[in-house]
Structures are given as C-alpha cells and as structure tokens.
Design a protein around this ligand. Sequence first.
Ligand SMILES: C[S@@+](CC[C@H](N)C(=O)[O-])C[C@H]1O[C@@H](n2cnc3c(N)ncnc32)[C@H](O)[C@@H]1O
Length: 371
Amino acid sequence: MMMMMTATISDLAQQAHRDLAQRLGDALPAGWRAAYDAHPRHLFLPDRVWVRIEEPLDRAADPDRWLAYAYSDDSVITQLHDGAACSEHGYPISSSCSMPAVAFTMLGHLDPQRGDRILEIGTGTGWTAALLAHQLGDDQVVSVEVDPVVADTARGNLTRAGRRVLVVTGEGAEGYPPGAPYDRVIATCSVHTVPYAWVTQTRPGGVILTPWGSTFENSALLRLTVDHRGAAVGSIVDWATFMRLRTQRPVIPAEPEDFDTIADRGRTNVDLADLLGEHARFGIGLRVPDCRLSWDLGEDGYLSTLWLLAPDSWASVHDTTVRQTGARRLFDEVINAYSWWQHAGRPHRDHYGVTVTAEGQQVWLDDPARP
Ligand SMILES: C[S@@+](CC[C@H](N)C(=O)[O-])C[C@H]1O[C@@H](n2cnc3c(N)ncnc32)[C@H](O)[C@@H]1O
C-alpha cells in the first residue's frame, strides 16, 4: 500500500504562524515572541470570518484561505452589524481580531512591567488579552467587552488557550472599578473623548493607551500618563485606526434627497490633494466636529467628488464646484480649519496632545499650555 504524505492543519498552521512572525520582523518585539508563540492567532478565530463586509469566508469551505487570512498581517473581521442578522443595522464591522503589527506596536507603547495590573477595553476575540496574560499573569488582566456574544466567545477562546483572564461583559467607558487601580489601561476600540473613569481607575504614574480621533479622521494612538492631581496628560505616539467604542460612534448621516436642487453653489480653487493629506485631515477634524469625510473615485481612479456629511448638513466638491446645504456650511468650516492648520505650520499628527481631567478633555498643540 502506498503511503501518502499529507500535511495536517496543525502543521500548516504552525508554518503559517512562523511565516507571519518572519514577515512582522521588528514589528514583533523580541520580548513578545514567547507570548506570540504560546497563543497562535487562528485558535482565537471563529469558523466564519469576513474578508470584506459582503464576503464571508468559511473555514470548512476553504480551509487554506481561512488559514492564510488568520495569518495575514490584517485585522480579521469576526462580527458584522453588532451581530444582527439584518444588514440595515448601522455600523457594518462591529468586532475583529486586531492587525498583528498594530497589536504588537500598541503592546510596545503600553510597555507593561512585571507585576502590572492591566485593564483592556474591547476584548474582541481575546487574543490581545491572552498575549497580555502570558506576559503578566492571568490574575493581572481584566478585559471588558460590551457585546455579550463576543464576550462569551472570547471566554471560550481564552479557556481553551489555558488562560483564566476575567472577561467582564459591560460598558468599557466605565472601566471596571472592582479591579482598580490599574497600572495600564489599553483600549482596542477608538474614542473621540477619553472617558474620565479610565483616569480615576489608573494609579498615578500609570498609562492609558487608546486609539483616538475625530469623526473626520480617526487615526491616532494616544498615550497618556496619569498624574497625582487626577489628570491624564500625553500625546499622539503613533497611528492606529480602530472601530469606535460603541457609545462614541458617530451618527450616520442620512442621504440628502434633493441635494442637487436645494444646495447653494460656489467655487473653490483649494488644492484638495493637500487638504486631504493625512496630517491636514487630522488637524481639520479637531476643529470640525461631527463631520464625516468620504469621496467618489472617477473611472480613472482619481478623486471625482468629495463629500462632507453631518447629521443635518451636507456638502460636496466636484472639480471647482462646491455645493452646500443644511444647518452648517461644512465646506466653509473645513476651509477655515484647513487655513488654521496651514497658519499653525502644517503640524503633523504627533504634535498634538490631550489633557483629560474631571472637567473634560482638552486638545493642545506641542505644549499642554497651548490649547
Ligand atoms: C477591534 S475589536 C478588539 C480586538 C481584540 N483586542 C482582539 O485581540 O481580538 C474591538 C472590540 O471592542 C468592543 N467594544 C466596542 N465598544 C465597546 C464598549 N463600549 N465597551 C466595551 N467593548 C466595546 C467591540 O465589541 C469589539 O469586540
């Protein structure tokens, strides 16, 4: 009888796991390699994932592609529409396993030390919680997840991985007071306003690391240090684009019905390519609240129409023609903010910082005294 040599799923998974480590290179710091090896990512993923919103990928139907996706340096979508069957239900992507390079970059910025207590906001699959627990010990990590189904699945994943991390089903903006004080708080969903509960639950000298940004441009990673006066102060240390904390999601604006007929018309000669540069967008977003940016591309792949959308106002720019309608003149607001950004010396994203106190959040440029 002829023996066929076939690779098992676990051989293939081990190879894919090693290959991803190699591709990550320095993005996987040496100090986190043992945690990475102890917790293979595919063990935290459900059998059905989504490559894109419209594109489910079932492990049974295409195991090779499923495994390749599990070991891509990409976030893996694990839940749509908050788990609702209906695609009409708002926010399309509602849970995922973080992109490995970003997860390890964040863990590097978090820089937890032996003996630290960690609060994670947004358990997702439980993979980040497992990496933290491997590094610091199961009892040192608490993770809060708002979605009960996601939280239950994460508990199962963590238990199968041999971890005894406390996963709390609850509102992440409230932290988890029974586990406080924490040395480190890490959010793996993004906020526009840092919840003050995270500050009060972090010991003086402790660190809060969170994706942060405006409705216009949600792309920053903020690292704050808590001081003895009950304030947290820090700056943008990297880029990171994450799904929103559910309680801070922007309102999805409705499409204006007769936009073309009711909108005011004007002209602009502004350089849209410059205005849409990542640092300009970030600065503009800080001064134009609750405004979404989107665009249509032409057949040539270049920008055709730029859209600015708020719950009660809309604007578009096509060639040099500007159309605006609603309670706000969104394009005028954007142009004013863009001109502020130019006069401020075209600051990069990492020049901004944030101070969070019981009174609220203040954003500053270069110096906490320069709001
Ligand atoms: C990008 S995923 C987290 C990825 C996770 N760290 C992992 O390794 O799989 C973000 C998670 O934040 C959760 N989330 C969103 N809003 C939340 C809230 N208000 N409180 C707690 N969790 C929240 C989402 O349900 C989602 O599971």
